[in-house]
Design a protein around this ligand. Structure first.
Ligand code: PGA
Length: 251
């Protein structure tokens, strides 16, 4: 059994001001795991990133952006680049979240440029993939996962295990409808198989997370599945004690 360190990411989406970030971390960091525990990554909105990174500096907790543009700088109003995230203290970035794909027109073509740009900026990409309910009902889950993963990682060469993949079935996000352990295990084992087609060692080392209505009462069962290496948590990560309970479920 490969030794993959559990990985828990808190995707706050468009929630928490700087003041609220400060209050969350004042509580959460008291019980946060050290360097030998599960890896914990907080993804605040951009304005709170630097504060979060400073507050986490004396801990093993890291911070991540929720999106980035592939260029380093330029005339892209409203966008933010990898080097800017890194300068603010982020060490990772969420890419391809289904809300970005569905609400903001994020494409696999753009992701194929963003993933290598994140790596070049020294950031660990947390690449989200997942099927809609319609696609699952139509028996297309594996085809969708394959299409997204192959396209999004097309320009990555030799650094596959520096990437974290989050399998997030769109129908489970924010809906309270968690995937069953069988559904999560099956999809994530398939994603690992896709990575194995490119590199056997990378497939053993890459962390693949489950995301979609992870809560303190279902986290342990999901994270204990053989191919599930952690969770990307939305709603339940907004409360420090709920997120701490999810983190301890992995520890
Ligand atoms: P949820 O969100 O935990 O609120 O379902 C997960 C996500 O969008 O990453």
């Amino acid at each position: 059994m490969p030794d993959r360190r559990p990985y828990l990411a808190a995707n706050w989406k468009m929630n928490k001001t700087v003041e609220e970030t400060d209050a969350f971390l004042a509580e959460f960091l008291l019980g946060a795991p050290g360097p030998d525990g599960p890896e914990v990554v907080i993804c605040p909105p951009f304005p709170a990133l630097k504060t979060a990174a400073e507050l986490c500096a004396q801990s093993a907790v890291r911070v991540a952006g929720q999106n980035m543009h592939e260029a380093e700088s330029g005339a892209y109003t409203g966008e933010i680049s990898g080097p800017m995230l890194a300068e603010a203290g982020a060490t990772a970035v969420v890419l391809g979240h289904s809300e970005r794909r569905q609400l903001f027109g994020e494409t696999d073509e753009a992701l194929a440029r963003k993933v290598p740009a994140a790596l070049a900026a020294g950031l660990e990409p947390i690449l989200c993939i997942g099927e809609t309910e319609e696609e699952r009902d139509g028996g297309e889950t594996e085809a969708v996962l394959e299409r997204q993963l192959v396209a999004d990682l097309a320009a990555v060469d030799g650094e596959l295990d520096r990437i974290v993949v989050a399998y997030e079935p769109v129908w489970a996000i924010g809906s309270g409808r968690t995937a069953t352990p069988e559904q999560a295990q099956q999809a994530i084992a398939f994603v690992r198989e896709l990575v194995r087609r490119r590199s056997e060692p990378a497939a053993e080392h890459i962390r693949i997370l489950y995301g979609g209505s992870v809560k303190p009462d279902n986290a342990a069962e999901l994270i204990a599945l053989p191919d599930v290496d952690g969770a990307l948590v939305g709603g339940a990560s907004l409360d420090p004690s709920d997120f701490a309970a999810i983190v301890s479920a992995a520890g």
